[in-house]
Design a protein. Structure first.
Length: 195
């Protein structure tokens, strides 16, 4: 259990705490029923968890600490964090019909892309022995999701409305689609329909 793996496990442990503040914001609301503290705590935990994602990979590659456990758990932890955030944000904002109507489609695109690319990675890796590394679109997708989720959590604290959130949802969907398309374009030839 080296340091990168410990950071990955820490990220998984942080997810329920992050979701707690998204799903039950009323438990830490102030006297007026504002969810300021819940949103700040949720954003802080999500930001810290996202930072461990970047940190564990850099440490593992720099010091040669890449393990099978890390190869399995790191992407799983990433997806649990993002999928959990999507579900938690829908619950937290359930009373805003416009937000939920738009966000559910953004969440669907993001979840579909993650599952499709992960499945393709497994098939290409096992059949051809090729490891699919993150490209620039994959990195842009990850950054847009992290920034977008934090903005969606915190925006209601700053002003009434979701203008920044809708902009970030659009950016998240665009980078997600371009990222998915770039992976499929590059690696689809390795998917053999006869096997």
């Amino acid at each position: 259990m080296n340091l990168p793996n410990k950071l990955t496990v820490l990220r998984v442990i942080m997810i329920p705490f992050f979701l707690f503040f998204l799903v039950f914001p009323g438990l830490v609301s102030d006297a007026e029923g504002n969810y300021l503290l819940a949103r700040i705590l949720a954003a802080a935990i999500f930001g810290l968890a996202s930072f461990t994602d970047m940190l564990d990979g850099k440490i593992a590659r720099k010091y040669g600490l890449v393990t099978d456990f890390g190869k399995f758990m790191d992407p799983l932890a990433d997806k649990l964090l993002v999928f959990g955030a999507m579900l938690g944000l829908l619950v937290m904002n359930r009373e805003d019909e416009l937000f939920c109507s738009v966000f559910v489609w953004a969440a669907f695109v993001i979840i579909l892309r993650e599952l499709a690319v992960t499945s393709m990675r497994m098939v290409v890796s096992s059949a051809e022995g090729i490891v699919i590394a993150a490209n620039i679109w994959g990195k842009m997708k990850t950054v847009s999701q992290i920034v977008g989720i934090i903005i969606i959590i915190l925006e209601p604290i700053v002003w009434d409305g979701y203008i920044g959130s809708f902009v970030m949802m659009g950016l998240m969907v665009v980078t997600t689609l371009f990222s998915g398309f770039s992976y499929f374009k590059a690696y689809w030839p390795y998917i053999n329909s006869n096997k």
